[in-house]
Design a protein around this ligand. Structure first.
Ligand code: ADP
Length: 705
C-alpha cells in the first residue's frame, strides 16, 4: 500500500505533490482540531453529568435524613392526653413551626379515629375538619403496615385539590405510637415544601429539583424556569418505608459557548497555534523554495556564462593551488578540470625550460606583488606539447568579507591574434615594397620620357659633328630635333684640323653617339620594363581585392579614429586588372581620404568605400562593362587651386608627402582603360571615383557573378 502511494506520488509533478501533501496536512490538522474540541466537549459533559448524578444522590440522602429526623421528632411528641390536650397541640405546633414542610399532625386512636390534630400556622389549612374524620385508603393501609412492622410507613402521595382550582401534592406518614392498642400519629407533608425546605441552597440554586412517580408522573417541582437548550439530568430513587419516590435533578445549560471550559479553550488555542505555526512554516518554506529557485537560476546563468566564455578563467588560492578552471581554459591547455585541480601547486601547462622564471613570478604574486593592470604575455604548453602565447590578466580574489582568498586569472589564447598580426605585417611590407617599386617605376618612366629628348639631341649632335668632320666643312647649324630645347647653332674652327686630331675627334664623337644611343636604349628598356606590368592582368573578385586591403585600411583607420563603411553591391562580376597595382590605387586613395579628415572632430570621421556597376552610359567602350569604385571622405575637401595641380607629379600639400600618389593612381587606372575623377562629397569632403573593366567570362562574354 505504502509503495503504491509512493509510486503515485512519484508520478506527480513536484508542484502537485507539494500541494497534495500540504492539503493532506491541513485536512489532518483540521480533523484533529475538530476531534479535540469534540472530545473536550464530551469530557466536560461527562464531568457535569457525573457531578449532577452525585448531587442527586446527595440531595436524596439529605431528604431521607431530614425526614428521618422529622420522624424522630414526631416520636418525641407526648402521648395525647384528653385531659390535657393543649400539651400535645402546643408541642405539635412548635414542631411544625420548626419544620415548615409539615402541614398537619394528627393523633389517632387504634381504630384510626381522630383524637386531636394540629395544623401548621405557617400555612393555610389543608383539610376541612369534617373531611378528615376518616383517613383515605392509602393512609389506612400504611397505618396497618406500620402497626405490623412497628415502624413508620409512608402512604402513596396524593394530590389534594383545593379551592380555586389550586392544589398540592401531599405525602402522609403513619407512625404507630406505643403498643398494639395504642394509636398513631399521622403527619402530612407537602411534597413541594419538602423540596423547598430540605434541599440545601447550593443544590436548589444549581438545579431544578422535582419528585415524580416511578412511572414518570411529575408530583412536585422546585426551581426557577430556566432557558437553554441543553440539559443534564439525574434521577435517584428516594426509598421511603412503604413508598418510593423518584428525585430528579435537571441542570439547564445555555447555548454551549464556543469554548465551554478552560480545557477546550486550551486545546483550541493550541490547535490554532499549531495551524499558525503551519502557516508560518508554509510561508517560510515557500520563501525558501523561491530563494532556492532564484539561486539555482543564478547558478545556472553563471555556469552558462562561464561555459560560453572564450576567455579562460582560473582561480588559485593563496598557496598557489588551482581551485577553479572554466571549460575554455581546459580547452586551451588540453587538460581536464580534474587533472588541473588534482595537480595541486604543480602547473602542468608551464613550459619546463621557463619553469624557474614562472615560479619566481608566482612566488612574487603570492607575496603580494600587484600584477600589471593591462596584463602580461606569457607562453603555455598544451598537453600535446605545443606552445602557444597567452595574455594573462590577474586580479586578487576578494571574498564577501573583503578578505583576499587567492588570485583570479583571465587568460586569452593570442596565437590567432599573433598569426593575423604576422600576416598583416607581411602583407603591409609587401604592399609598401610594391608601392616603393611603383613609385620608382613612375619616376623611371617620367625620367625616361624626359631624358629621351636630350639624349636624342646628344646623338644628333655627335652624328652631325662626325659628318662635318668627314666633309671638312665648317660646322654649321645642325638640324635640331623638334623638341630639343636650349640647343643653339654652333660654329667650328675655320681651319682644317690636322689628321691626328681629326682621328681622335672622330673616335670621340663616335663614342658619344654610341653611348647616347645606348643610354636611349637603356631608358627605353627601363620604360618598357615599367610598362610591362600591363601584361600582368587577371580576373580578380572584388571581395578578394577588398579582403587584401581592408586590414591595412582598418589599421590606419583605428590610428586616426576614422569609422569605415564598406558597401559592395551584391553579385558583382570579377575585375580584369593588375591586382597589386589596383590594391595600391585603393590604398592610396583611402590613405589620402583619411589624412584629409585630420581637422574633423573624431565622431565625424567617416570613410566610405563603395563598389558598384558603373552606369552603362558613362563608358561603353569596354565590351564587358565597368565597375565603379568610390572612396568618399568627410574631410576638408579640395580647393580649385589644389584641384588644378592635383595630378601633377610631385605636387603635395603635405610636409612628408611625395606628390606622386594621385598621378600614379591615374596612370594605373588609365592603363586599365578606366578613368579617375574626383568630386565634392555631400555634405562635406571629397569623393574619388575610378572605373575598372570587368573580366571576360569563360565564353568570352562579360563575366556575371
Ligand atoms: P601625397 O599624398 O604624397 O601628398 P598625392 O598625389 O596622393 O600625394 O596627393 C596630392 C595632394 O592632393 C595631397 O597633398 C592633398 O593636398 C590632395 N588630396 C589628395 N586626396 C585628397 C582628398 N581626399 N581630400 C583633400 N585633398 C586631397
Amino acid at each position: 500500500m505504502t509503495t503504491r502511494v509512493g509510486s503515485w506520488l512519484g508520478e506527480w509533478s513536484s508542484a502537485t505533490r507539494r500541494w497534495v501533501l500540504w492539503g493532506a496536512l491541513v485536512a489532518l490538522v483540521a480533523a484533529l482540531l475538530v476531534t479535540l474540541v469534540w472530545l473536550a466537549g464530551r469530557y466536560e459533559a461527562g464531568v457535569l453529568q457525573d457531578r449532577i448524578e452525585r448531587d442527586a444522590v446527595d440531595v436524596a440522602s439529605d431528604i431521607r435524613s431530614e425526614l428521618m429526623r422529622n420522624t424522630q421528632g414526631l416520636q418525641g411528641l407526648p402521648r395525647f392526653d384528653p385531659l390535657q390536650p393543649e400539651n400535645w397541640t402546643l408541642r405539635a405546633n412548635a414542631m411544625m413551626r420548626a419544620h415548615r414542610e409539615l402541614l398537619r399532625i394528627e393523633s389517632r386512636d387504634a381504630a384510626l379515629q381522630l383524637q386531636a390534630f394540629a395544623d401548621s400556622d405557617l400555612r393555610a389549612r389543608v383539610f376541612e375538619p369534617d373531611e378528615r374524620s376518616t383517613l383515605r385508603q392509602g393512609v389506612q393501609a400504611a397505618c396497618r403496615r406500620a402497626r405490623a412492622t412497628a415502624s413508620h410507613v409512608y402512604a402513596p402521595s396524593e394530590f389534594l385539590l383545593e379551592k380555586g382550582g389550586h392544589g398540592q401534592q401531599l405525602l402522609e406518614m403513619c407512625l404507630p405510637v406505643g403498643g398494639p392498642d395504642d394509636g398513631y400519629l399521622v403527619a402530612t407533608y407537602s411534597l413541594g415544601d419538602i423540596l423547598t425546605e430540605m434541599v440545601a441552597q447550593p443544590y436548589a440554586r444549581a438545579y431544578d429539583v422535582a419528585f415524580s412517580e416511578v412511572d414518570g408522573t411529575r408530583l412536585a417541582f422546585h426551581g426557577v424556569l430556566r432557558s437553554g437548550n441543553r440539559t443534564f439530568s439525574a434521577q435517584h430513587n428516594l426509598e421511603l418505608p412503604g413508598y418510593v419516590l423518584v428525585l430528579r435533578l435537571d441542570s439547564w445549560r445555555g447555548t454551549p459557548a464556543l469554548f465551554p471550559n478552560f480545557l477546550t479553550a486550551m486545546v483550541v488555542s493550541m490547535a490554532i497555534g499549531l495551524v499558525l505555526v503551519l502557516v508560518f512554516l508554509a510561508r517560510d518554506m515557500r520563501r525558501r523554495l523561491r530563494a532556492e529557485n532564484e539561486l539555482a537560476d543564478a547558478l545556472a546563468f553563471r555556469k552558462a556564462m562561464e561555459d560560453s566564455l572564450v576567455t579562460g578563467l582560473r582561480a588559485r588560492d593563496l598557496q598557489g593551488r588551482t581551485t577553479y578552471v572554466n571549460p575554455a581554459f581546459c580547452q586551451m591547455v588540453g587538460f581536464s578540470a580534474q587533472e588541473l585541480l588534482d595537480a595541486g601547486t604543480a602547473v602542468p601547462y608551464w613550459p619546463p625550460e621557463q619553469l624557474d622564471e614562472y615560479q619566481e613570478r608566482q612566488q612574487a604574486r603570492l607575496l603580494g606583488s600587484q600584477p600589471p593592470r593591462e596584463g602580461f604575455e606569457s607562453v603555455f604548453v598544451r598537453k600535446d606539447g605545443t606552445r602557444f602565447p597567452v595574455l594573462v590578466i590577474e586580479a586578487p580574489l576578494i571574498n564577501a568579507h573583503g578578505v583576499q582568498t587567492g588570485w583570479m586569472t583571465a587568460l586569452l589564447d593570442i596565437s590567432e591574434q599573433r598569426r593575423i598580426e604576422e600576416l598583416s605585417r607581411a602583407s603591409r611590407e609587401r604592399l609598401q615594397a610594391t608601392a616603393r617599386l611603383a613609385t620608382i617605376g613612375e619616376m623611371a618612366s617620367m625620367l625616361s620620357h624626359e631624358l629621351n629628348q636630350p639624349l636624342a639631341a646628344i646623338a644628333s649632335y655627335a652624328t652631325g659633328s662626325l659628318n662635318m668632320l668627314h666633309s671638312q666643312e665648317p660646322l654649321r647649324a645642325t638640324p635640331v630635333p623638334a623638341s630639343a630645347s636650349g640647343a643653339e647653332p654652333q660654329t667650328a674652327a675655320e681651319a682644317r684640323l690636322p689628321s691626328a686630331v681629326e682621328e681622335v675627334l672622330d673616335e670621340g664623337l663616335r663614342h658619344i653617339a654610341d653611348q647616347a644611343q645606348r643610354a636611349g636604349k637603356i631608358i627605353r628598356s627601363v620604360h618598357d620594363f615599367v610598362r610591362r606590368r600591363e601584361r600582368e592582368r587577371e580576373a580578380v573578385d572584388v571581395q578578394v581585392l577588398l579582403d587584401a586591403i581592408m586590414p591595412l585600411v582598418q589599421l590606419q583607420a583605428r590610428q586616426l579614429y576614422v569609422r569605415t563603411v564598406v558597401r559592395v553591391d551584391p553579385q558583382l562580376p570579377p575585375l580584369w586588372c593588375d591586382r597589386t597595382m589596383v590594391e595600391q590605387v585603393l590604398l592610396n586613395l583611402a590613405r589620402n581620404a583619411m589624412q584629409a579628415m585630420g581637422d574633423v572632430p573624431e565622431a565625424g570621421r567617416v570613410l566610405e568605400l563603395r563598389v558598384r556597376r558603373a552606369p552603362s552610359s558613362e563608358r561603353t567602350a569596354h565590351a564587358h562593362g565597368w565597375l565603379e569604385f568610390s572612396i568618399a571622405d568627410t574631410g576638408r575637401g579640395i580647393t580649385p587651386e589644389v584641384a588644378e595641380k592635383l595630378f601633377t607629379p610631385f605636387f603635395t600639400t603635405k610636409i612628408e608627402g611625395m606628390g606622386l600618389g594621385l598621378s600614379l593612381c591615374r596612370t594605373v587606372v588609365e592603363q586599365h582603360g578606366g578613368f579617375l575623377a574626383h568630386a565634392q562629397n555631400h555634405p562635406r569632403g571629397t569623393v574619388f571615383r575610378f572605373t575598372l573593366p570587368v573580366a571576360p567570362g569563360p565564353d568570352g562574354q562579360g563575366a556575371e557573378a
